[in-house]
Unconditional design. Structure first.
Length: 282
């Protein structure tokens, strides 16, 4: 059975890394829930905004699958850019949508974890100080409605570059949000914190760039696999990302990639047929 993960939070979970900045991850054993069905993953995974791009969940899933080669992993995309904890409050549209999608996924998968990244939109003095309390209510009720009180939850630090960019004046209390996130993780069972140390941003200094999203996903997997906090970068994380890119593709994956390139207008029909023939695929 597919092992599935619920993806919730705001834009850095949905992903704003530029698609052309990193090699694509394609693995036929990584699925995404779309329209109630499991489909093979192509990035972007989320479609919350027209600017959706590379997020951390792709390299998380690829890392998971590399250590569970005979199994399939499913991603449940429910993150929404620019949202606050109040937007995720119990009974709100985002909360109810995430519960509904997770329950839909649970018809054909085993829910294995929750990946959360959010906090930029709560980086104000009057909201940051109460982050952990609000977050606890949301997560407690989410686990209750999913009947999964011990479901692992991985949460990530927000970027320390936030005050450097065009919108920097809005994020002056981001250190307090990170403090609250860490406090929550350290004081609650089945929750693990992931550092964003040494990660870099797009020019907006708001969204992790694609290379950093790949690393962040590997860190999220490390936290999930070891069930421990990742408070410092680990030495081989960049090599781990490279391993995801150099994994040999199967015949079916090569076929899927060519079909995607042809269907999206990237290559002509003639090029498509020539490349299929070169791969020995009819």
């Amino acid at each position: 059975m597919i092992q599935s993960f619920l993806l919730i939070g705001q834009s850095n979970m949905a992903g704003r890394g530029y698609l052309n900045d990193v090699p694509q991850i394609l693995n036929e054993n990584i699925k995404v829930l779309r329209n109630g069905r499991w489909q093979i993953m192509f990035e972007p995974i989320h479609n919350d905004r027209s600017t959706a791009g590379v997020g951390l969940s792709s390299s998380f899933a690829a890392s998971w699958q590399a250590h569970n080669k005979e199994l399939e992993i499913g991603l449940i995309p429910c993150a929404d850019g620019g949202t606050s904890l109040d937007d995720w409050s119990i009974g709100g549209a985002l909360f109810d949508h995430a519960v509904a999608q997770a329950k839909l996924a649970m018809r054909s998968s085993q829910l294995a974890g929750i990946l959360w990244h959010q906090g930029e939109n709560d980086s104000f003095a009057h909201t940051a100080a109460h982050y952990a309390d609000k977050f606890e209510k949301i997560i407690t009720e989410l686990r209750s409605q999913l009947d999964a009180p011990h479901l692992p939850l991985i949460i990530g630090e927000i970027g320390n570059f936030l005050t450097n960019g065009l919108y920097g004046q809005y994020f002056t209390s981001y250190p307090k949000v990170n403090e609250e996130l860490l406090k929550y993780a350290q004081s609650h069972a089945h929750c693990y914190y992931v550092t964003a140390k040494n990660l870099t941003a797009n020019e907006d200094q708001l969204h992790f760039d694609a290379k950093s999203q790949r690393i962040l996903g590997v860190r999220y997997y490390e936290a999930f696999a070891k069930l421990q906090h990742i408070t410092t970068p680990f030495l081989n994380e960049k090599a781990r990302v490279e391993d995801l890119y150099t994994r040999p593709m199967t015949e079916n994956e090569n076929k899927l990639l060519l079909q995607h390139r042809f269907g999206s207008g990237e290559i002509s029909q003639e090029e498509f047929l020539v490349k299929m023939k070169a791969l020995g695929i009819s």
